[in-house]
Design a protein around this ligand. Structure first.
Ligand SMILES: [Zn+2]
Length: 163
């Protein structure tokens, strides 16, 4: 805890933003921070040097790393839940993960891996696709038809759009 002494010192320092307040580490519930596409809760026990006058947060490298790690963890949980409920919905329509993987060009077992192990965050692009398929399973079937239209000797991308 001796690194970033300037930013974590309990004595604080004068805020360069308003030149009035003192910047001190603040840990509080109810804070939100933007992370990728989501606004996520900042862990209540994470100390962020904050001006007691204007509220400016002075985030040094050490705090930024901790904040990013905490937000990414929460982001992963939420994306994974979205993927999991989407796949469960598709399963009710008798659509297997293997089928989804085939249509999306994902490697076999990828979706199982994504929803069960701790080291990967589903991308927003993948999560959105799965949500749209879950809302309308027919789209998955038409996606399969689309790949057929792009196959063969005379590919037809315009036809694939359905236009
Ligand atoms: Zn200030």
């Amino acid at each position: 805890m001796t690194v970033q002494k300037k930013h974590t010192s309990k004595k604080g320092f004068r805020c360069a933003e308003c030149d009035i307040g003192i910047v001190r580490p603040v840990a509080a519930p109810g804070r939100l921070a933007r992370h990728r596409t989501l606004s996520l809760p900042v862990p209540a026990d994470l100390e962020i040097p904050t001006c007691d006058h204007c509220g400016t947060e002075w985030i040094g490298d050490s705090v930024a790393r901790k904040l990013d790690a905490a937000l990414e963890k929460e982001f992963r949980v939420r994306m994974r839940e979205l993927v999991t409920v989407s796949l469960a919905r598709l399963s009710k329509h008798s659509i297997s993960k293997a089928y989804v993987e085939r249509v999306l060009g994902l490697s076999q077992g990828y979706l199982s891996h994504l929803t069960t192990t701790g080291d990967k965050t589903p991308s927003e692009a993948l999560a959105l696709n799965l949500v749209h398929f879950a809302q309308n399973p027919q789209r998955l079937r038409s996606s399969e038809a689309l790949w057929k239209k792009l196959s063969g000797a005379k590919p037809d991308p315009t036809g694939a759009l359905g236009g």
